[in-house]
Design a protein around this ligand. Structure first.
Ligand code: GLV
Ligand code: MN
Ligand code: MN
Length: 413
């Protein structure tokens, strides 16, 4: 009766290596951006492995991919476990892939042990979690949880010019074995395993983080419009220079926001100038701002400050700013029932653990708005992530998967 499934550590480590080869970069990382040929290849490999194990494979209109191991009672909503397979352009091999592959290992471990669960368990790979190719991030989980409509983003253009609608259609067509199902089916709960992407667990030598909340994130795109003019002949008083306005705004925002609040995070990650010639004052400069805070009111105050600083710097250079919202992710608190199941699994396995708040956003942030959810974190070296040097020790990979397997068994039986 008390049969326990066991994680097959070597199989999981091999699987992490197999997927890291898809979109591998020379520096040891991964470039498998959302809805690219590499992303499709990873989805195909996972789907083929699932079909070979007798699991069924589905996708929805957002190209979220589901691998289902049936339970005794097919009428019960399934337990959902998983994460994402897309990466940053210079991403690591673990961000997203580790949670998806650990979830798949849990399914395989249950099948190996011949354990039937009451409710089905589904592994998910959500579409475009990263948001670096198409904004916003977490598009797939947002659409799944009813927090957005995928059709509203069909017109989004990728950083490489591709259209979301085309790339979604091509991705869906690339996996005809996956039955199309309506988006947003009912689930009993969602558990996502992920690397911490920060330094806390490693510093405290704790192998498992039990994530209780996710801080909020907003993305803005600021566009300063000026007037293209000759770099050599245009005196100061004639210049409408959007680059000078952008540089001043960025400096004012960086000097003003984080030094005033240790919980705030603010990043300008992308800047573009047009026409982009060395001897032409640009006519247009755009840059992105990613800012985060655990408190929704503080997040709103940062946005207000950003808007004011852009106005001041724009006025100084006679360049009107336009500020576009690219993502808006309110902070989330996870469900005590799922947090408790993760802590219970750690206790049963004798694993040190601590509660932690996620500084990164995750698919679980959106799923938690619709269904009870929580996350399991494992440490990564020096807290480095969104970097090809991202690294997770083998024993932490296996321990994380053991916790996930135990939680999955508990929540499905
Ligand atoms: C997720 O990739 C994030 O930027 O937090
Ligand atoms: Mn991730
Ligand atoms: Mn990421």
């Amino acid at each position: 009766m008390n049969v326990r499934a066991e994680v097959n550590g070597p199989r999981l480590l091999q699987s992490v290596a197999d997927f890291a080869a898809i979109g591998a970069t020379p520096a040891g990382g991964v470039n498998r951006q959302a809805l690219t040929a590499e992303d499709r290849a990873a989805r195909r490999l996972l789907a083929e492995r699932a079909l070979a194990r007798g699991f069924s494979v589905f996708q929805d209109e957002a190209a979220n991919l589901f691998l289902r191991r049936e339970g005794r009672n097919t009428a019960l909503p399934p337990l959902l476990i998983g994460s994402h397979l897309d990466s940053q352009p210079t991403g690591g091999r673990f961000d997203g892939a580790l949670g998806t592959l650990s979830a798949f290992e849990a399914l395989e471990a249950l099948a190996d042990a011949g354990i039937e669960t009451d409710r089905a368990i589904e592994v998910v790979a959500f579409t475009n979690e990263e948001g670096s190719r198409f904004s916003p991030g977490c598009m797939g989980s947002m659409a799944f949880a009813g927090a957005g409509n995928i059709a509203d983003w069909h017109g989004s253009a990728a950083t490489d010019g591709a259209l979301l609608a085309d790339e979604l259609a091509a991705t869906l067509q690339a996996l005809p074995e996956a039955k199309l199902r309506p988006i947003g089916h009912a689930i009993s709960a969602f558990v996502e395993l992920h690397i911490e992407q920060g330094p806390i667990l490693e510093r405290e030598d704790v192998p498992i983080g039990v994530v209780t909340a996710v801080q909020g994130t907003k993305w803005l795109e600021v566009v300063f419009s000026g007037e293209a003019a000759h770099a050599g002949t245009t005196p100061l008083e004639f210049r409408k220079d959007p680059m000078a306005a952008a540089a001043a705004a960025i400096a004012r925002i960086q000097d003003g926001v984080m030094p005033a609040d240790p919980d705030a995070r603010l990043t300008v990650g992308r800047i573009a100038a047009e026409p982009g010639a060395i001897n032409v004052i640009p006519n247009r400069v755009s840059f992105t701002i990613d800012f985060r805070h655990p408190d929704a009111a503080a997040l709103a105050a940062i946005e207000q400050r950003v808007r004011e600083e852009c106005k001041v710097s724009g006025a100084r250079w006679d360049c009107e700013p336009t500020i576009l919202s690219r993502a808006n992710m309110a902070p989330a608190r996870f469900a005590p029932s799922v947090i408790g199941a993760i802590e219970g699994a750690c206790q049963a396995l004798g694993l040190r653990n601590r509660r932690i708040i996620s500084g990164a956003f995750h698919d679980a942030l959106f799923v938690s708005k619709a269904s009870p959810s929580a996350m399991i974190f494992v440490p990564c070296r020096k807290g480095i992530s969104h970097n090809e040097a991202e690294f997770v020790a083998d024993d932490h990979i296996v321990l994380g998967a053991q916790v996930l397997l135990r939680v999955a068994q508990r929540l499905s039986t």
